[in-house]
Design a protein around this ligand. Structure first.
Ligand code: HEC
Ligand code: HEC
Length: 297
């Protein structure tokens, strides 16, 4: 009798442990899935417009690039989500959350006079720079486990960058970090330098011919003549061609990195560009076209 009871109790216990293990395992699995899944599933299909698909197959752009391409007005719109708890104007009252005027650059968890911060945030140390704000707004609880800010976070990098720009515009105005050169959608890791093939590039250039000539003395069309463009200033003097302000404002020269970024996503490289071309998602094809442009000197 006793034996049988022990056996039953044993199996019951065992079953419970298995069930517990499974449920925590699956919770872990699904959570992990949520946190680490790529922004967009699948892979890039060459020639397909990837706009609106959150950067397409590319991983999220670095914060510096999102900030550079960001928009204070959009950040103000995002801030609507924060207003239930925060004021942001100078001298604004603390509410459920602290007043945020001038927060960018200030010490974490100490800035708003008279606000009772959680112990975790107050003990965090450091300043609210662009990177820490980005981390915080992505997931407040991951940044400071015991935080009182019961806000799930902003999953989209653009939203975070824009709201940070908005906060920065309110009494901080810190200089933005310089954007990084990033391998674009579908690009091979930066360490692997792709060798372009000018002959293949010429074939790919067929896509560009609707708008560009590339021979010496060729006319400007919808786009400028591209003879000798490699090494030249971005939107420099190309026979009087009227570039968009977006491209004119870019500065710098056309080198491998800038041409690669441009051809991967013109609208991403220069928001407001007149070049209505979706981009070339294949890094090897971009390298080939760049090799072709280099050969046209
Ligand atoms: C539900 C209320 C709530 C919402 C919504 C909310 N916050 Fe907060 N926020 C708080 C609280 C509470 C704290 C203090 C956290 C602590 O002490 O742990 C805080 C702290 C902060 C801090 C740190 C301030 C400091 O002085 O160190 C920043 C920055 C911040 N919030 C930004 C935002 C932004 C931006 C949004 C919107 C995208 C937002 N919060 C949405 C309640 C909220
Ligand atoms: C639908 C027309 C169109 C197509 C297709 C097109 N472009 Fe352009 N391109 C333009 C326009 C318009 C501009 C000027 C952009 C501006 O001012 O914002 C431009 C600008 C450029 C520039 C910058 C020139 C400079 O002097 O700064 C380069 C380089 C360039 N295009 C390369 C290409 C390549 C390579 C392709 C094909 C893979 C291509 N473009 C396809 C219209 C086009």
């Amino acid at each position: 009798m006793d034996d049988r009871f022990n056996t039953i109790a044993g199996w019951t216990l065992f079953g419970g442990i298995v069930a517990l293990g499974l449920s925590s395992l699956s919770a872990h699995y699904f959570l992990a899935d949520k946190e680490h899944r790529p922004e967009t599933m699948g892979y890039a299909i060459e020639g397909v417009v990837e706009e609106g698909a959150e950067g397409g197959a590319a991983a999220e752009l670095p914060l510096a690039n999102l900030l550079a391409a960001g928009d204070v007005a959009k950040g103000e719109a995002v801030f609507a989500k924060c207003k239930a708890c925060h004021t942001a104007e100078q001298g604004g009252a603390n509410g459920i959350g602290p007043n945020l005027y001038g927060i960018v650059g200030k010490p974490v968890g100490k800035h708003a006079a008279g606000f009772a911060y959680s112990a975790d945030l107050a003990a965090k140390g450091g300043n609210w720079d662009f990177a820490t704000l980005n981390e915080w707004l992505k997931n407040p609880k991951a940044f400071a486990a015991g935080t009182k800010m019961s806000f799930a976070g902003l999953p989209k990098g653009e939203d975070r960058a824009n709201v940070i720009l908005y906060l920065n515009s309110l009494g901080s105005n810190l200089p933005l970090p310089a954007p990084e050169a990033v391998p674009a959608a579908g690009a091979a890791p930066a360490a692997v330098a792709l060798v372009g093939d000018a002959a293949k590039g010429e074939a790919i250039f067929a896509k560009c011919k609707a708008c560009h000539t590339v021979d010496q003395g060729g006319a400007n069309g919808i786009g400028p003549n591209l003879f000798g463009v490699y090494g030249e200033p971005v939107a420099g003097d190309r026979g009087g061609y009227a570039f968009s302000d977006a491209l004119k404002g870019k500065g710098g020269n056309w080198d491998d990195a800038t041409l690669d970024a441009w051809l991967a996503g013109p609208a991403k490289f220069a928001q407001g560009t007149k070049m209505t071309f979706a981009g070339i998602s294949d890094a090897q094809q971009r390298a080939d076209v760049i090799a072709y442009l280099k050969s046209k000197k």
